[in-house]
Ligand binder design. Sequence first.
Ligand SMILES: *Cc1c(COP(=O)(O)O)cnc(C)c1O
Length: 365
Amino acid sequence: MTQPFIMQMRPLFGDEEKRAICEYMDEDGFITEFKRTEQFELMIAEYTGARHCIVVNNGTISLTLAALAAGVQAGDEVIVPNYTMIATPNSVKMFGAIPVFVDVEPETLCLDFAKVKQAITSKTRAIMLVSANGRYPSVGIGAFEQLAREHNLVLIEDSAQSLGSFYPDGRHVGRAGVIGSFSFSAPKIISTGQGGALITDNDALAAKLRRLKDFGRSGGGNDIHGTIGYNFKFTELQAVIGIEQMKKLPVRVERKKEIWRRYATNLEGLAEVRLFDHDLKRTTPWFIDALVEQREALIDYLKSANIGTRVMYPPINMQQAYKVPGDHPTSQRIGMHGLWLPSAVQLTDEEIDRICATIREFYKA
Ligand SMILES: *Cc1c(COP(=O)(O)O)cnc(C)c1O
């Protein structure tokens, strides 16, 4: 008998979201961002401990706005990891800044500090630090904050994968940068279908971000424009869903950790699969990431057993869209051996056991 298909990832919405949308529709017909959006922003600010939260329509434009608000301009160099979702470099490429690719650390998959130092030039204006799968760099975030200060660079955190992850000093990931950015796209730990959020403690930057996302308006709904701005606003329907998702976040954080532990226990001693380690006390595995042998054959084998996987991001410098020469051994290795195993928060223990048993079966054959 064939088993039901296990997707590598699928978002999870429930009756709470459905009910909340119906309630909202009964009381207001504007749909565009308003009170519910403010409430959603407050919930994120409270959870992360940030002074301000501004939501926008996705986690790519949020990075663009972060860079623009922080003063990055066309022609400036921005250091980004060579292993990340393509949105990180594209967000600044969009307005003519130049992403500079730097390799990541083999254990944390975050920017390699020594290599970042080497990559700094007179044109470098910002570092976009991606907390890969909730992890933080092994040198500690403080080293990056100090480096940015020393070289007068802007530290922006792409924390799209890190809601629910904290630094050892207790700060939520995203709070070390002048601006931190999150995504609520379908695969993220909570989702609003599409959506992004920016956090900052800086009042002036927060005000700038609000103007940038709303035509440069000086206040709600007026037509007085002191600065250039665009339209990257949110909607109440997304906010209504986001509020319900935020309520579920603490439970999801715990479940994601349990899922990682169960995989780790089940796959222990299997030399062909190496899970990337996690500091579960502080960080939350968003996806189960691993280096695997015979990756393509394993993917096929799992697929025939109705188990979905997803290859990890290829090295960005080698993507057709960029084609920048450079030797980046860690991101290249991930590009050949990196695999995301099923990671949805609704994954059951039985499903994890089935996945791991199938993986062991593959390597025994
Ligand atoms: C998901 C993700 C993004 C992009 O977010 P969208 O909301 O899909 O635009 C950016 N950076 C990282 C690291 C991501 O994981």
